[in-house]
Design a protein. Structure first.
Length: 319
């Protein structure tokens, strides 16, 4: 048998063993002429993206599947979906845009960047980092957050914290000099000063995740948590698996189309998109679990936002 980097020759038969991007025609992932030796989306193989002129883009209508994916000194942009059955190596060159998703079954090396579009300025959004290792200081520096009263448009919720929170509400704000790291699976509130994307950069979350939840707080039993993956999670699985610690099998998200909470239970078939934060109400101190096996791709991205009218939190802007 004679072999090369792309093909095995065995008794006159040829068998493709890997795909290597060339970008000879344009940036479209599904254009065969952009790959050395061609490309067949029905053939799941290792993929390598070397340094070339045209960097690949996975369109919003594409749902790609590969074995191992290696990005070498270049970049890959995902507007649709990709599943990596093996290992991912990004060399810090992978960008996932709002509503798109990536699922990795093996290991992951290098950073990814997830951009989540926020359609409205000066409104609170509940978010959760879809990457690991993002720092508070980088998030503040890299995003156009509103500022006022010595704070920035970023907070977390503590149902037992009255003294340090805004007017005893449990909402605790960060300042322009805050440091630390985001917590995987935790929800945060954020507000931008202009319509823009918020950017999260960190490593790909691998394996099951969990977040501690508390009850019996001085304020209530609510916990602001969120999707820890850059993919979609079925609300049904979230609620069914964690039912023993919940006061009811309900997820609360703010829906600006009805100016009220949208509530979802295990019968609604709702999916939590990447970057989405949400409230749950718990009946006991425990751990809220997110299983890696729940991850899915979806073509409909419904991202809910918070509202000043519900929580009456306003950052007073000063010149």
């Amino acid at each position: 048998m004679i072999s090369s980097d792309l093909w095995n020759f065995n008794g006159g038969d040829t068998q493709l063993t890997a795909f290597t991007w060339s970008g000879s025609t344009d940036t479209d992932w599904e254009t065969s002429s952009n790959w050395d030796g061609g490309y067949d989306g029905d053939c799941v193989l290792d993929v390598t993206i070397p340094v070339v002129t045209n960097y690949p883009i996975i369109s919003s209508s594409t749902n790609a599947t590969v074995d191992n994916l290696t990005i070498t000194g270049t970049s890959l942009t995902i507007n649709g979906a990709i599943t990596v059955n093996g290992n991912l190596t990004t060399n810090n060159g992978l960008t996932v845009n709002s509503g798109a998703s990536i699922i990795v079954s093996g290991t992951s090396t290098g950073d990814i960047t997830y951009n989540r579009s926020l359609a409205n300025a000066s409104k609170w959004y509940y978010v959760s980092p879809p990457v690991e290792g993002e720092t508070i200081e980088d998030y503040i520096s890299n995003n156009s957050l509103e500022t006022g009263n010595g704070n920035v448009g970023l907070f977390y919720y503590d149902n037992d914290e009255i003294a340090m929170s805004y007017s005893g509400t449990g909402y605790i704000f960060y300042t322009p000099t805050s440091t630390g790291s985001f917590t995987s699976g935790k929800g945060y509130g954020t507000k931008v000063s202009s319509v823009s994307d918020i950017v999260f950069t960190g490593t790909m979350p691998i394996g099951d995740k969990s977040i501690g939840v508390t009850t019996g707080g001085s304020i209530d039993d609510s916990n602001l948590i969120g999707n820890p993956y850059p993919s979609y999670l079925p609300a049904n699985d979230l609620l069914t698996t964690n039912t023993s610690i919940l006061s009811e099998q309900t997820i609360w998200l703010w829906d600006n189309t009805i100016n009220d909470y949208a509530t979802y239970n295990q019968l609604d078939g709702h999916y939590i998109p990447p970057g989405q934060g949400f409230f749950v109400d718990v009946s006991t101190v425990g751990t809220f679990s997110f299983l890696e096996s729940w991850q899915e791709h979806q073509t409909s991205d419904v991202f809910y936002k918070g509202s000043n009218s519900i929580f009456e939190i306003n950052l007073k802007i000063s010149n």
